[in-house]
Design a protein around this ligand. Structure first.
Ligand SMILES: Cc1cc2nc3c(=O)[nH]c(=O)nc-3n(C[C@H](O)[C@H](O)[C@H](O)COP(=O)(O)OP(=O)(O)OC[C@H]3O[C@@H](n4cnc5c(N)ncnc54)[C@H](O)[C@@H]3O)c2cc1C
Length: 463
């Protein structure tokens, strides 16, 4: 089950709405669970603050590994026998304080389990005083969405009707597909970054046995940069396994939708530092994930009652670090905005406000992610020589590698971490929402129905 659907269910329940979550698979998962859920789910501070607001601090402390920055190395072999380190970059504690969150590294399965448990917990435990409930149905594949009738049809033939449908069904989901068809102008664009992502995990015991402690840098993450390839490694959750994200040029011309294929990790490494090769030899198959780059024009159906969020609305570049945090932000925004009324006539306003506010934010995130990726993958040449020399010089005097020329990227990071989607939702409410047809605002109706897909939502459903 998908993180975005579960997070939306939590946020809506906190806002007093009952939710029906429909998941096609028979177990918890989503796209990030390709390695049986043992892969890494990084949550940036802007996502962490939402989990903290939902009262999940104890679960975070029990299940996630912290990350306070990264150590940066050359991807290809250096002249000396050891790893060729450019330097390190620590996240500024003042920035984290301001953001009210930290950088977390979960095993994917633990993150999904935590969200699942919070979604089905009694309302008062997650800060809601209402009798709102979340029901989760596994093995419930949505095969059709009727935007006008605001209903979904399941593979089983069952039909669920609601006042609102929220599609959190990922890049290949039926709700996203329905909106694409409604738009009628969708074309697969070729303007992606031309990057494929391979993912694998190495158990701690193997890393220890092969003396690859360089991947256990005390900051929690290592980044190995260019030319044309890059690697990020993370220590994951309380099991302390090492998770690998390898970025390579994408040789696949047939990227119609998200692509998953398995390769031997060592076959896709290219020339690299021997420690990377040694680590790769310890992995099982590498899973390749090619994200489809096209963006959906409208996240809301013409009827105004069907919305997509998370990856279904805004897929990020492969291996983006902000995907989960953005999904949590989507959920927190939708929960905040729906906390103002149970009047179902407001749904189209709320959904359109969601896109109006969230789209600029996720565009900014995408731009920063792309810049970050381009920096890791920078090809050989004068620019790279200068950049590398500058990073080494900064490290030599005890500075962060991203200071100086790259400081604007850290400023972007500050903005990204500091954003609060609840405040953003409040701004819309205070500026516009509460003035739009105020007569509709009271009294709240009891039977407000929502449906999120992967997750679908309901309140009390119509029979
Ligand atoms: C290996 C890997 C590692 C990643 N690591 C990170 C990371 O460290 N940090 C980060 O920020 N991001 C990471 N990502 C990206 C992140 O996993 C996704 O951005 C995130 O899962 C998106 O969540 P989602 O809920 O929107 O979509 P998904 O995870 O794709 O979930 C969609 C859900 O909808 C269900 N569904 C689909 N169609 C239907 C239907 N017709 N009916 C009912 N249910 C349906 C699916 O079964 C699935 O459960 C990683 C991705 C991968 C593949």
């Amino acid at each position: 089950m998908a993180p975005t659907g579960l997070a939306s269910a939590i946020a809506l329940k906190r806002a007093g709405h009952s939710v029906l979550v429909l998941e096609k698979d028979l177990q918890l998962g989503g796209i990030g669970s390709v390695l049986n859920g043992s892969g890494c789910a990084q949550i940036c501070p802007n996502g962490c603050k939402i989990l903290l607001d939902w009262g999940l601090e104890a679960e975070i402390n029990a299940k996630s590994a912290p990350c306070s920055g990264f150590s940066l190395y050359k991807y290809t072999a250096g002249e000396a026998p050891g790893p060729d380190q450019f330097g390190i970059n620590r996240y500024d504690p003042a920035v984290l304080d301001e953001a009210r969150g930290r950088y977390l590294q979960f095993a994917h399965r633990d993150l999904v389990r935590m969200l699942h448990d919070a979604a089905i917990e009694p309302s008062d435990k997650i800060g809601s005083s209402s009798a709102a409930q979340v029901s989760i149905v596994l093995g419930a594949e949505v095969v059709n969405v009727d935007c006008e009738a605001c209903s979904v049809t399941l593979q089983s033939g069952d039909i669920h009707t609601a006042h609102a449908i929220i599609g959190a069904d990922g890049t290949r989901g039926v709700v996203r597909k329905t909106l694409i068809e409604e738009e009628g102008i969708f074309q697969q664009s070729d303007d992606g970054l031309g990057v494929a992502l391979y993912h694998a995990i190495v158990p701690k015991v193997l890393v220890d046995e092969h003396d690859l402690t360089v991947f256990y840098h005390h900051l929690g993450m290592t980044v190995w940069g260019g030319p044309n390839r890059g690697l990020r490694t993370f220590v994951v959750g309380n099991e302390q396994n090492v998770s690998l994200f390898l970025y390579t040029p994408d040789s696949c011309q047939d990227s119609t939708w998200t692509r998953e294929a398995e390769m031997k990790f060592t076959d896709v490494l290219g020339p690299c530092d021997e420690r990377i090769r040694n680590l790769a030899e310890l992995t099982g198959p590498a899973t390749c994930i090619q994200r489809e780059p096209s963006q959906l024009e409208s996240w809301v159906s013409e009827s105004g009652r069907v919305l997509v969020l998370g990856d279904a609305a805004h897929p990020f570049p492969p291996g983006a670090t902000q995907a989960y945090a953005a999904a949590l932000e989507d959920a927190a925004f939708i929960g905040k905005i729906f906390s103002h009324t149970k009047n179902p006539t407001r749904v189209p306003d709320f959904f359109r406000a969601f896109q109006e506010h969230r789209e600029p934010r996720v565009s900014h995130i995408r731009q920063v992610e792309e810049e970050y990726l381009n920096n890791i993958l920078m090809p050989d040449g004068e620019v790279k020589v200068k950049r590398d020399a500058a990073m080494r010089a900064r490290h030599a005097v005890g500075q962060n590698v991203m200071d100086g020329d790259l400081e604007h990227m850290m400023e972007d990071v500050r903005i990204m971490f500091g954003y609060d989607s609840g405040d953003d939702a409040d701004e819309w409410w205070m500026t516009w929402g509460r003035y739009l047809d105020a007569s509709e605002l009271s009294p709240p109706q009891d039977a407000f129905r929502i449906t999120t897909s992967s997750s679908v939502t309901r309140g009390d459903e119509e029979d």
